[in-house]
Write a protein that binds this ligand. Structure first.
Ligand SMILES: [Zn+2]
Ligand SMILES: [Zn+2]
Length: 137
């Protein structure tokens, strides 16, 4: 069981299942949404069952693009999840308690990373999306 929640503790969730495709996206939008060098995000694996266990009434959403939105706590502002058509699609890894069972396996949009960002580790770095060229630091 994967569990997590926001910093004020009003919102919490659990997942019967697993996460997949953990990525750090360094694009300008993700940097704003995550207030950091990049996103740290993973998708729910097919068949995984996501459930809010407390505070769903505190969930606020902001549409980032089309039918995509980001979900955050309306009380403390912690970013918790990405939603597609109001269904939870994936989680921000920083809000997961303990080990989420995945590691960042790709860096996206490194072509537009912040000038102060230093990317570590061995995960492949893509200039834009996974169909673009890779780069080496
Ligand atoms: Zn909160
Ligand atoms: Zn991005």
């Amino acid at each position: 069981m994967i569990t997590g929640g926001c910093i004020c503790g009003k919102l919490s969730f659990e997942i019967a299942g697993s996460l997949q495709k953990a990525r750090a996206c360094h694009c300008s939008k993700c940097r704003k949404v995550f207030s950091g060098a990049s996103s740290a995000y993973a998708e729910l694996s097919p068949g995984s069952n996501f459930k809010w266990i407390a505070g769903k009434e505190h969930l606020s959403t902001y549409s980032t693009e089309g039918e995509w939105s980001v979900g955050f706590c309306g009380n403390c502002g912690s970013t918790l999840c990405g939603l597609f058509r109001d269904e939870v699609h994936g989680l921000t890894l920083g809000c997961v308690d303990g080990d989420p069972g995945v590691e960042i396996e790709m860096h996206l949009f490194v072509g537009s990373k912040a000038p102060w960002d230093h990317i570590g580790g061995n995960a492949p770095q893509f200039i834009e999306n996974t169909d673009s060229e890779t780069t080496r630091t």
